[in-house]
Design a binder for this molecule. Structure first.
Ligand code: UTP
Length: 472
């Protein structure tokens, strides 16, 4: 084994990863060495000490205040005029081909319990349309509308890269040009046992997992995606997660305001429905916007009210951003980027002392992930815009219950019903106001409300019948 690497592993106090090294074939040893060479051994002792052996405490700054945001409805005529200019600016940037889409799809989707990349999950309320299908068709319609191809960057992990690409090929890229879809792979982090020692998943492999959506920024640089963006004249990145089929893949107002406000990184926010809602909170401290996770926001701040009774910390994050390419260039210019790590206690299958793989019943280790929103405090300027919850957010985290595939399908039907209703179609509703029908509109045809009007005109649809399933 390379002497420097061996010394680095020893200095980090992690020799146990080599305990089966002598048993490996020469080829296997080489593979393992190549993997070990990727680890930042110098940094490991600090990570183990600060995040694993000790539980990191979130320090809440004394000056923490709610972050300011642009409301969904303009507050006065000046704001109304600004929103109109933003709409026009957004359309102009889309027409000039200056906007790309970026989907983070490297997560493991453990809560959904689905075998395969989460984007291949069928989420259509009436058909098997997948999460990837929603975004792809929506991009296809948006680029048709704005007259310029929209490049689509998809972040995968080393674990799901191949399956993701195979799926796109099998689906013929959903009608998009294969050249406009760019897959890239995020980095990994080794998992720790609770004693701070790295775990092995095999005699010749560390237990590795994706390094969190914060890994996007560095992966954009390392993969050449940033260069590709620059070469294609892309200045703005429309960022969204793979588990939200309601997301507007590009939003002219959001993109336009980002540009007019000279923001480096912008965020959509949703007004929280209650103080305990499980969304990160947009806050400001020392003039810098930051997100405090719901579990870290002290009760007295979460419950704090404005004079009119509304929540003071009302702005929750649905993880939808516009990011300037130049900002990512700047952050990653040295080839590194140190975002803080977040600890997650997990059940991690690992080799025992005899080299047998053991799947624990209880959490036995720690995974570290970085989060994209930790780049917000690094931006010179952040713009936050309120989004309409039922228009932009339907997270698919679990199979059933809250934030589930079930609730997501209902939300898709509800938004479609609202769009059809606005276009003059009669919608059957239950006593509680919910839609008494299943409605799936093709995102290839309906990107926004105006498209729904056209579709209704073209089909002559007048009414949806109670209990009916409508697929258009
Ligand atoms: P989540 O935090 O919901 O994680 O990811 P997850 O891995 O998908 O699901 P669970 O927690 O195992 O059930 C939010 C978004 O960030 C992406 C996910 O694919 C999803 O779009 N993500 C997450 C990555 O791209 N890479 C990561 O390392 C983690």
């Amino acid at each position: 084994m390379d002497g420097n690497l061996l010394a680095a592993i020893r200095n980090a106090g992690q020799e146990q990863v080599l305990r089966f090294y002598g048993e490996l074939s020469a080829e296997s040893q080489q593979e393992f060495e190549a993997q070990l060479a990727q680890v930042n051994w110098q940094e490991l002792p600090r990570l183990a000490a600060e995040y694993v052996v000790k539980r990191p405490e979130t320090v809440i700054p004394a000056d923490l205040a709610p972050a300011e945001f642009f409301p969904l409805e303009p507050a006065d005529s000046a704001m109304s005029e600004l929103y109109q200019r933003a709409d026009a600016k957004g359309v102009e940037l889309l027409r000039a081909g200056k906007v790309c889409c970026l989907t983070v799809a490297g997560g493991q989707g453990t809560r959904l319990g689905f075998d395969g990349p989460k984007g291949t999950y069928p989420i259509g309320p009436a058909t098997n349309r997948t999460l990837f299908g929603y975004f792809a068709e929506s991009i296809a319609r948006a680029q048709e509308k704005y007259g310029k191809p929209i490049l689509w960057f998809l972040m995968t992990s080393p674990i799901n890269r191949e399956a993701t690409e195979n799926f796109f090929r099998a689906q013929n890229f959903f009608g998009l040009a294969p050249e406009q879809v760019f897959f890239f792979t995020q980095g990994t982090m080794p998992a720790f046992g609770t004693d701070g020692k790295l775990l092995l998943s095999a005699k010749n492999s560390l237990s590795l997992s994706p390094d969190g959506h914060g890994g996007t920024l560095l992966a954009l640089r390392r993969s050449g995606a940033l260069e590709m963006m620059a070469a294609n004249g892309v200045e703005y990145i429309s960022y969204f997660q793979v588990d939200n089929p309601l997301v507007p893949v590009v939003s002219p107002r959001f993109i336009g305001l980002h540009a007019l406000e000279n923001s480096e990184m912008s965020a959509l926010m949703l007004s929280k429905t209650n103080s305990k809602e499980k969304l990160g909170n947009f806050c400001v401290s020392g003039g810098k916007v930051q997100i405090i996770e719901y579990s870290d926001l002290p009760d007295e701040l979460a419950e704090k009210r404005n004079p009119d009774g509304s929540l003071a910390f009302v702005a929750g994050s649905p993880a939808i951003h516009v990011i300037s390419r130049q900002f990512v260039e700047k952050l990653t210019s040295g080839g590194t980027l140190m975002l803080p790590w977040h600890r997650a206690d997990k059940k991690i299958p690992a080799l025992d002392a005899d080299g047998n793989i053991v799947t624990p019943a209880e959490p036995n280790g720690v995974k570290l992930e970085s989060f994209i929103f930790d780049a917000l405090p690094l931006a010179e300027k952040v713009m936050i815009l309120e989004g309409g919850r039922s228009e932009v957010f339907a997270p698919t985290k679990n199979a059933t219950g809250v934030d589930s595939a079930e609730s997501c399908r209902i939300m898709i039907s509800e938004r479609n019903a609202r769009r059809l209703s606005a276009a003059g179609v009669n919608i059957p509703r239950n006593a509680d106001g919910s839609v008494n029908a299943v409605i799936e509109l093709s995102p290839r045809l309906v990107f926004d409300d105006a498209d729904a009007v056209e579709l209704v005109k073209a089909t002559g649809l007048r009414a949806v019948l109670p209990g009916e399933t409508v697929v258009l």
